[in-house]
Design a protein around this ligand. Sequence first.
Ligand SMILES: C[S@@+](CC[C@H](N)C(=O)[O-])C[C@H]1O[C@@H](n2cnc3c(N)ncnc32)[C@H](O)[C@@H]1O
Length: 268
Amino acid sequence: MPDTEPDGLKWQTEVWKRMSSLYADEWDERFAPIVRAIIDRGKLAHGDSVLDLGSGTGSVAMRALDAVGPRGSVVGVDLSEEMVAVARERVADRGLDNLTFRQGRGESIPASDQSFDVVLSSLTLMYVIDRAAAAKEIARVLRPGGRLIAAVWAGPGECDIVRFQQAAGSFGDSPPVPGVGPGALADPTPLIKQLADAGIGASFESEVFEFEFSDFRSAWDAMAGVTTSELSADRQREAQSAVLELMYEDGDRARRFRNLTHFISAQT
Ligand SMILES: C[S@@+](CC[C@H](N)C(=O)[O-])C[C@H]1O[C@@H](n2cnc3c(N)ncnc32)[C@H](O)[C@@H]1O
């Protein structure tokens, strides 16, 4: 485990706490096609027991529940108490006892051995600080023959959200922990090796997904507002000008973001 882990965890907890309030408004709809692609690749069957790792506001977990039906069950686990609270709130009026959300980390999943048929993880594993530990944990909680499907972003050359976030992020302090961030699994082969070391054979395929923002300001607020909020007003303006110049060749107008996304599939 990196010795910067406690600082990294504190920083991440704060970032996701602040993201939780805008996530449902800004991201749930834009990420919905990726969520559908994960569910399709998961080939969930009625009665399956599913873990949604990095469940955020619960979009994957809720769709997974529809697929596994009343005899199945879904547990969402997320680092952020605030994300867990939003997810719980979203399903509160459905009175479900087979969909639960818990605070916890991929590095130490709060579940017993061999308790899931399928682990789904949407846009999360690139933020996990100790991915070798998470790979072992995924292997531990999956039943023999169980499956993992995880979506992660490609690199900045092929994935606009990563290019935007990395360009904006370059104006602030470096994250207190190395090797995490939106483009950290641009090359998924190190994770595939970590999964193999944990006893899970994995491979990946890639697909492009798009979403749109109506102008630069709304894109900035959603993609960089939280991570650049500590910068001085001057530095924020400097960062915004640089990202606008980098990514808005045709000026400030509606823009589609084209995001190559890797889907890692693994089986115990
Ligand atoms: C980009 S959001 C994705 C949320 C959701 N899966 C979706 O697709 O809408 C990433 C989520 O991963 C969570 N996360 C980050 N690191 C984590 C870790 N080590 N263990 C569990 N969750 C983590 C964050 O709190 C956040 O909710």
